[in-house]
Ligand binder design. Structure first.
Ligand code: OSB
Ligand code: MG
Length: 369
């Protein structure tokens, strides 16, 4: 497949409400779209990096630069023989930059699958038409506001609540949500690396609340710390930031650093590596779920397809478009009885709305092949 052009487009979408995590607060999503043109098809993908390098070391300006100056030229060199499966090997010499690599691979995979009329779900091996949706609820100014937000999400049908936590906002919000909504609500927390192993006794105080999991309590490079913590608390430890590859997943599982994995294709370099993590975890009896990065409909479509694989047994952070945006870049993803439907059309199975895209675009540039 010969690529003719790669367009990089920066878009800015206002969030319906600010989203605060232990590493910062955002009120709009600035995203980088990668749009690949071949003779036969167009492919779209969304780079999950944020404007600032706070979730991980990657950030939007850096992604644009590395795609333009280091990644795209390596794909160009592959010429006609390029396929989505050959993208990662062609880019392997470049260390890291997984979100940038994932965006390129995904856009190329979209074009390839549109050419052959195969859906992402079909290609990846999805076995479900509908996937259960959870929702990630940010840190709020007060417990009252949090309870109002959670009540709204439960009324909409979300099947699992994830509370963002940090020191000073952990036991009280979890206790309040449990007391108000009862023991049957599937509830989990995400610390985004905000604690250290010295907080183990404090985190053990979450044990009585019967959480599904605690996500990434410690620093991303603290595999041994997570293994030690997992022995000191009853809540299952789930890793997000620490897992950047299937090899990381195998190591974390072997060390006892996690018993559940949040799979974000963007964080691990793309959907092919994400599927390998799914497979490694399945072989160890470790359940996985699909994380999110406040994606627009473009990134969401592919995530929902991945979430249809058999070992994605926990509800994901794959929420409806309306949880994030009043106007999405695609036809909105909507909840159907707490589930999102896996797209079945070719490629990611959704179309970008051209007028909306133009309205929300802040800049664009072309890389000619
Ligand atoms: O840690 O899972 C995370 C959003 C941005 C960056 C990191 C994370 C998140 C979320 C929201 O938790 C997931 C979503 O709804 O897309
Ligand atoms: Mg997380």
């Amino acid at each position: 497949m010969k690529i003719e052009n790669v367009e990089l487009r920066r878009v800015r979408l206002p969030l319906v409400s600010p989203f605060r995590t232990s590493f910062g607060s955002v009120s709009e999503r600035e995203a980088l779209l990668v749009h690949v043109s071949t003779a036969d098809a167009e492919g779209w993908a969304e780079c999950a990096a944020e404007a600032e390098p706070l979730y991980s070391s990657e950030f939007l300006d850096g992604c644009e630069l590395v795609i333009r100056d280091h990644l795209a030229p390596r794909l160009n060199a592959a010429g006609e023989r390029l396929t989505a499966e050959r993208v990662a090997p062609a880019l392997a010499a470049v260390k890291g930059h997984r979100m940038s690599k994932a965006a390129l691979e995904t856009a190329i995979l979209d074009a390839q699958l549109r050419t052959s009329g195969v859906s992402f779900g079909g290609y990846l091996g999805a076995v479900h038409d509908l996937v259960p949706a959870g929702v990630s609820v940010g840190i709020m100014d007060s417990i009252d506001r949090l309870l109002t937000a959670v009540e709204g999400y439960l009324a909409e049908g979300y099947l699992r609540i994830k509370l963002k936590i940090e020191p000073g906002w952990d036991l009280a919000p979890v206790r309040a949500v449990r007391e108000r909504f009862g023991p049957d609500v599937l509830l989990q927390v995400d610390a985004n690396t905000a604690y250290t192993l010295a907080d183990a006794r404090h985190l053990a105080r979450l044990d009585p609340f019967d959480l599904l999991l605690i996500e990434q309590p410690l620093a991303e490079d603290d595999m041994l710390g997570h293994a030690a913590l997992a022995r000191l608390i009853q809540t299952p430890v789930c890793l997000d930031e620490s897992i950047e590859s299937a090899r990381d997943a195998a190591a974390a599982i072997s060390l006892g650093a996690c018993s559940i994995i949040n799979v974000k294709p963007s964080r691990v370099g793309g959907y092919l590596e994400a599927r390998r993590i799914h497979d490694v975890a399945a072989a160890h009896g470790v359940p996985v779920w699909c994380g999110g990065m406040l994606e627009t409909g473009i990134g969401r479509a592919a995530n929902v397809a991945l979430a249809g694989l058999p070992n994605f047994v926990l509800p994901g952070d794959t929420s409806a478009s309306s949880r994030y945006y009043a106007q999405d870049l695609t036809k909105p993803f909507v909840l159907e009885d707490g589930h999102l439907r896996v797209p079945t059309g070719p490629g990611i199975g959704v179309e970008v709305l051209p007028d909306v895209l133009d309205d929300l675009t802040v800049s664009s540039s072309d890389i000619r092949f």
